[in-house]
Design a protein around this ligand. Structure first.
Ligand SMILES: [Zn+2]
Length: 396
């Protein structure tokens, strides 16, 4: 039985709305999932994240493995207790971070992930059939991560949804490399499932990850190969292309290949406003992305501006004397306080923590309302009109 109960389907697209059930509660879908990379949604308290309308957060296997270590988190009775978030948690497999050490790509930027150089991950020493040896960015220690290690870490964290260990194939490799790598990812998928069957925590859901890069046949094959296994959900990962049109095409190949599959689908690392709207239309149930929280910490707010990727950079000097509100009509906790762009610009510029907090709250509130609007529209049968209005820059 699928953990996802599909309650409504949009007649014109693959969009669907429902409820995803996990050991720590339910997620209303489609949903955006904020990052709690290092066991916190940076600068926010768990109840604030919940009050913004979020049902689930994403913890990062790689970073938590390095520090504070999964065994320590196990001693604290798992990630939920450790970080005080008692609602659902999804953990990524660590594959993306491990492989990012070796290759930073254009695709990472398109997907809103950190371009290389911003986030030091360490160094890959060897990729072998068993997994990957790498040097820790913390202390230079040689560490190893493979399918079993990744599942063991996620088991110790006690996440509600675990993602299998995969090679996140970069954008600029050959078709042959992508094919070999995708086949290895499928072998790793079987090893992850075997480990989980024998030793995984009760009730934890396991999602497989579709690879195959930007090659239609490989992407379709990989998605079907993942779906043919007893996975609880299907995540779409790896290189999704060089630009948005190509990304939408790659995602559409994957979801079309499993159009009738009732299991939940997660799109990894995607979170811009237009991408979320399109992703929902393509049949995605959940999304995660560093964008809203990372941009917020760097002084960038999400606003109703389709011409500028829904962004305004408050660090710009022209806002010094601006008495404009951050976003007219926005009901978020930050905007409700009536702060001017001039004040927020000053806070960000002075590196005041309050500035980072206010923009994080605003950005997450915006995306939460966006997803809420899309969920309601699917239920009411008005997705086409709602999507058009949101794309034109209507306040969600
Ligand atoms: Zn706001």
């Amino acid at each position: 039985m699928s953990a996802l109960e599909i309650q409504h389907r949009d007649p014109g697209t693959l969009a669907r709305a429902g409820v995803l059930r996990t050991p720590h509660g339910e997620i209303r879908t489609p949903a955006f999932v904020p990052l709690a990379t290092k066991a916190t949604v940076k600068s926010l308290l768990p109840h604030e994240v919940a009050e913004l309308g979020y049902d689930m957060v994403l913890g990062n296997t790689f970073h938590l493995f390095l520090d504070p270590g999964h065994e320590r988190i196990r001693r604290f009775r798992g990630l939920h207790e450790f970080m005080g978030w008692r609602a659902p948690i999804i953990t990524d497999s660590g594959g993306f971070q491990v492989f990012s050490m070796g290759h930073g790509t254009v695709a990472d930027e398109v997907k809103g992930r950190a371009p290389m150089g911003q986030e030091r991950m360490g160094k890959i020493l060897a990729i072998e059939e068993d997994g990957v040896a790498f040097r820790s960015y913390l202390n230079g220690e040689t560490l190893f991560m493979g399918p079993e290690t990744s599942m063991e870490i996620q088991g110790a964290l006690g996440s509600d949804i675990a993602l299998v260990f995969d090679e996140c194939t970069p954008f600029n490799v050959t078709r042959e490399y992508t094919q070999r790598s995708t086949e290895r990812t499928h072998r790793w998928l079987d090893r992850c499932l075997a480990w989980h069957d024998a030793r995984g925590p009760e009730g934890q859901l396991v999602y497989g990850i579709s690879q195959g890069g930007v090659h239609e046949d490989l992407r379709v094959e990989s998605t079907q190969a993942v779906a043919s296994r007893p996975v609880d959900g299907i995540a779409i990962g790896g290189s999704l292309g060089a630009d948005k049109p190509q990304m939408y095409e790659v995602v559409s190949w994957a979801t079309a290949a499993i159009a009738d599959d009732p299991r939940p689908r997660h799109l990894l690392g995607i979170g811009e406003v237009d991408d979320l709207i399109r992703g929902v239309e393509l049949g995605i149930d959940t999304f995660d992305c560093a964008m809203p929280t990372r941009l917020g910490r760097h002084g960038v707010a999400v606003v109703n501006d389709p011409e500028r990727r829904w962004r305004v950079d408050l660090t710009a000097g022209r806002f010094k004397d601006s008495d404009e509100p951050l976003l007219e009509g926005c009901p978020c906790p930050a905007c409700a306080l009536g702060y001017t762009r001039g004040y927020l610009r000053y806070l960000v510029h002075a590196r005041e923590l309050t500035g980072q907090r206010l923009l994080t709250l605003h950005n997450l509130a915006y995306l939460s309302r966006l997803m809420q609007r899309l969920r309601a529209a699917i239920a009411e049968g008005t997705l086409a009109a709602t999507a058009a209005a949101l794309r034109a820059g209507e306040l969600p």
